[in-house]
Design a protein around this ligand. Structure first.
Ligand SMILES: Nc1ncnc2c1ncn2[C@@H]1O[C@H](COP(=O)(O)OP(=O)(O)OP(=O)(O)O)[C@@H](O)[C@H]1O
Length: 314
């Protein structure tokens, strides 16, 4: 039995230096850790950019066990989670016990490769299963007994064990996006019933600003202007694609990289806002970009990003 590169590279993912913890993220973490400590899997559900993956990885790190990250995919089957036979290994024994006689024995055995779920269950790792509802429900069925009975059923081909007891330190954290219908499956009730689902709908303003500061290097005042603009646009629902925290981070990083002021008078900055957010604005009834919407974004910039800030380069 062999383990996969995933197993060899068991990750001890640590939040990067730009990972932000605020009172709001700490409250969320302590809720989720309490469920994980009690042995229940936690599922973060929320729209794109609501911080599901980052939160899941941060929690996994706090558990202090090796972390395996699995990203759900439509091509998954059970083998993608537990492992499969992968090729064979041939052993040739040459026996020259009597010099005049050569005996050669060849034995070919199939090689089994464990995949993330098996490794995590056997070694007591933390499994982060990101976007698990992108995998077909049939592939995820193997999780039902893992989460309920703490037993992992394995195919005979793996060797002597057709089931293994799940290590007491095994923990699972799931994420899914209920708004993304492209390439996703309805998660089966039986699986959802075995986990604690926490809905994330984006962070509070202070956390968003702290993240934009950490990810861009802008100061809190300038990052705050961008975050307020994007949050207002988000609340307006005048969009077809939700303007997420990622959009704030993107605008902030572009402004910083180009040495721009976060100000309505800064023409290049206004262009960046239009480029990042413009394609998300609801089109006119004719389906064409509506110039009124461009004006709406410019007004938002004027409202939230005001004049240049004193003391900053022009
Ligand atoms: N605590 C944090 N510290 C620093 N950056 C963060 C934090 N939380 C989220 N982010 C950043 O915000 C962005 C969105 O977070 P994340 O990728 O976790 O969202 P998501 O909900 O998993 O999105 P998607 O469904 O699109 O994958 C990313 O750029 C991420 O790095």
């Amino acid at each position: 039995m062999t383990t996969t590169p995933e197993a060899e590279g068991l990750l001890h993912l640590q939040p990067g230096p730009d990972h932000v913890r605020t009172p709001a993220t700490e409250r969320l973490a302590s809720r989720a850790l309490a469920y994980l400590d009690a042995g229940f899997p936690v599922h973060f559900r929320g729209p794109a950019g609501s911080g599901k993956t980052k939160t899941a990885l941060d929690l996994a790190d706090r558990l202090g066990r090796p972390v395996l990250l699995l990203v759900g995919d439509a091509s998954f089957d059970t083998a993608a989670l537990v492992g499969r036979e992968s090729g064979s290994r041939t052993r040739r024994v040459v026996d020259r016990y009597i010099t005049s006689v050569m005996k050669v024995e060849t034995e070919t055995v199939p090689v089994w490769l464990d995949r993330a779920l098996t490794v995590a269950c056997a070694e007591g790792c933390t499994l982060v299963y990101d976007e698990f509802n992108r995998a077909p429900a049939a592939a995820n069925n193997v999780l039902l007994t893992v989460l309920e009975e703490r037993v992992l059923s394995l195919p005979k081909a793996r060797g002597s064990d057709t089931a293994i007891r799940v290590h007491p330190n095994f923990r699972a954290i799931f994420t899914s996006n209920p708004e993304d219908h492209a390439g996703t499956e309805e998660a089966q009730d039986a699986l959802l019933d075995r986990m604690v689902t926490i809905d994330l709908d984006g962070f509070d303003r202070d956390t968003e600003v702290a993240i934009a500061v950490a990810r861009s290097g802008l100061d809190a005042e300038q990052a705050g202007r961008i975050v307020d603009l994007v949050r207002d646009f988000r609340l307006s629902r005048e969009w077809t694609r939700r303007p997420t925290l990622r959009a704030s981070v993107m605008i902030a990083r572009l402004a910083k990289a180009q040495g721009l002021q976060v100000a309505a008078e800064e023409e290049r900055f206004v262009e960046i806002v239009l480029d990042v957010l413009g394609s998300r604005v609801k089109p006119s009834a004719a389906g064409l970009p509506d110039p009124k919407h461009r004006q709406m974004l410019v007004r938002l910039v004027e409202h939230f990003c005001g004049p240049r800030l004193a003391g900053l380069p022009a």
